[in-house]
Design a protein around this ligand. Structure first.
Ligand code: ADP
Ligand code: ZN
Length: 449
């Protein structure tokens, strides 16, 4: 094996000792090399030598996305530019991209982390691996690519888009594994069906899906459509890229955090206090081994919880839950917090709807209102001789969806049913939230967190 496999099952005492050593080195490093961190630590009255045990991490100040933007593009790099061999950025899902860099050692380490993640997901050296993540500034494509190569797979760097060609390659090259955003992989399945092909007949056995929130219902749909095992992968450019967390093939219950490289916390987004295991909050990561772009207590804006207890697979690394959503995408309707992923679950459970949806948010006075746009399935529309929203079946479906949403979300929403194939299909990260609130007033940048 290319990495110390025992690290995944190391006892907690040994792991925490390793984390502490690496944390101390990281804090010393950024204090010495990055003026931003030095000023923050000085302002907090904290010297690197005062980090004596892991608990002391809670004394470190948080780093926010706005800090990255203020130091755009290279201000937080901890090495000379000459040592940076790769630059990536966030996909800019929200605003201006943030920029990160990697040394040669960082890339080698990241590749090993991803190679390990692919193995956790059931991948093996020699597998043909269809990588449908976008290649580019976004970390998904190249991150998975280098990891898969490091593992010794035959990587097909297909990237996202040109779906009919993807399908041809998928059928001809016979991959065991596929990676991509869940929404794009679903798009591939749908396109196959439209072409009269059966996605269940592909050679795929496992799928590594992430980069956007998705639900258990989406997992079931993808597993069923392709007859594979769908596994969640988490990561973000600011912390490294994909591979920060990976769900295990054995249990499919939460993503193991690569704790030898990242220290994970879940905090209350408003108070900044640490949340106990099992309780939702904002994920915060500290990198433990990065050279070019170390981060201290980076606030991801992603909402999840840490699982209490050990995973049945035998690995000792902590597990983080599925991402419920980004704080920025949370909508507050009459005091109730709603994430698009909760809406996804309800839409996907309805028998006559297709798995495509969008959530529109508008503001009436000071109140947010949600309209869920959902498509009826192609087969049902054909069966009915076309889609007519006034037809009995569709009126009933609309009312059922409204009721189901009310039951799950505890608020009422508007529902608009649409004809098949009307919502945009993604080739990367899907746009789930269409936010019209800025048309009513400028609410600033998301929530005050
Ligand atoms: P951004 O999308 O913010 O421009 P990145 O391309 O680095 O930046 O993507 C990282 C973000 O993607 C994470 O912060 C998170 O919001 C989302 N993400 C990544 N993996 C997952 C996953 N498995 N489930 C849900 N969301 C994910
Ligand atoms: Zn496990």
């Amino acid at each position: 094996m290319i990495w110390q496999e025992e690290i995944e099952t190391m006892n907690r005492t040994g792991l925490e000792k390793l984390q502490l050593e690496r944390l101390q080195a990281t804090v010393a490093r950024v204090y010495q090399r990055v003026p931003f961190y030095r000023q923050k630590l000085d302002a907090a009255g904290l010297r690197p030598t005062e980090i004596r045990n892991l608990e002391d991490i809670h004394r470190l100040p948080f780093t926010r996305k706005s800090d990255l933007r203020e130091n755009y593009p290279f201000g937080l790099f901890a090495v000379d530019k000459k040592e940076v061999v790769r630059i990536h950025g966030s996909s800019g899902t929200r605003g201006k991209p943030t920029v990160v860099g990697y040394t040669r050692n960082d890339l080698a380490r990241w590749s090993e982390i991803v190679a390990r993640a692919i193995t956790i997901a059931g991948g093996r050296p020699g597998d043909v691996f269809h990588n449908a993540y976008g290649y580019g500034l976004f970390t998904g494509g190249l991150g998975l690519h280098y990891g898969a190569e490091r593992l010794g797979m035959s990587v097909v760097p297909i990237s996202g888009g040109n779906t009919p060609r993807q399908i041809m390659i998928l059928e001809d090259f016979q991959p065991r594994g596929i990676a991509g955003t869940p929404s794009y992989i679903l798009n591939i399945a749908e396109t196959m069906e439209q072409m009269g092909r059966d996605p269940r007949q592909t050679s795929l056995e496992y799928g590594i899906f992430g980069a956007e929130p998705w639900s258990e219902e989406m997992r079931r749909t993808l597993e069923d459509k392709f007859h594979l095992r769908a596994l969640d992968i988490y990561g973000l450019s600011e912390v490294m890229g994909p591979g920060v967390g990976m769900e295990c093939f054995e249990r499919q219950e939460g993503m193991h955090v690569a704790e030898d490289h990242f220290y994970v916390e879940v905090i209350h987004p408003l108070t900044g206090e640490n949340m106990p295991p099992g309780e939702l909050g904002e994920l915060v990561f500290t990198s433990l081994t990065k050279e070019a772009f170390p981060v201290l207590r980076y606030r991801t804006g992603d909402i999840a919880f840490l699982y209490p207890g050990k995973c049945g697979c035998g690995r000792t690394h902590l597990r983080m839950s599925r991402i419920k959503g980004r704080i920025d995408d949370m909508v507050i309707v009459r005091g109730v917090n709603v994430f698009p992923s909760e809406i996804e679950s309800v839409v996907m459970n309805h028998p006559i709807l297709s798995p495509y949806y969008q959530v529109e948010v508008t503001r009436q006075g000071t109140l947010d209102e949600i309209t869920v746009l959902a498509e009826v399935s192609d087969a049902v529309a054909k069966d009915q001789g076309g889609f007519n929203p006034e037809a009995d079946l569709f009126r009933r479906a609309r009312n059922e969806l409204k009721a189901a949403l009310r039951n799950t979300l505890l608020i009422s929403t508007e529902v608009t049913l649409l004809a098949p194939n009307t919502l945009p299909r993604s080739t990367g990260k899907a746009t789930r939230l269409v936010d019209h609130r800025h048309l009513y007033e400028d609410s600033g940048e998301g929530l005050p967190v």
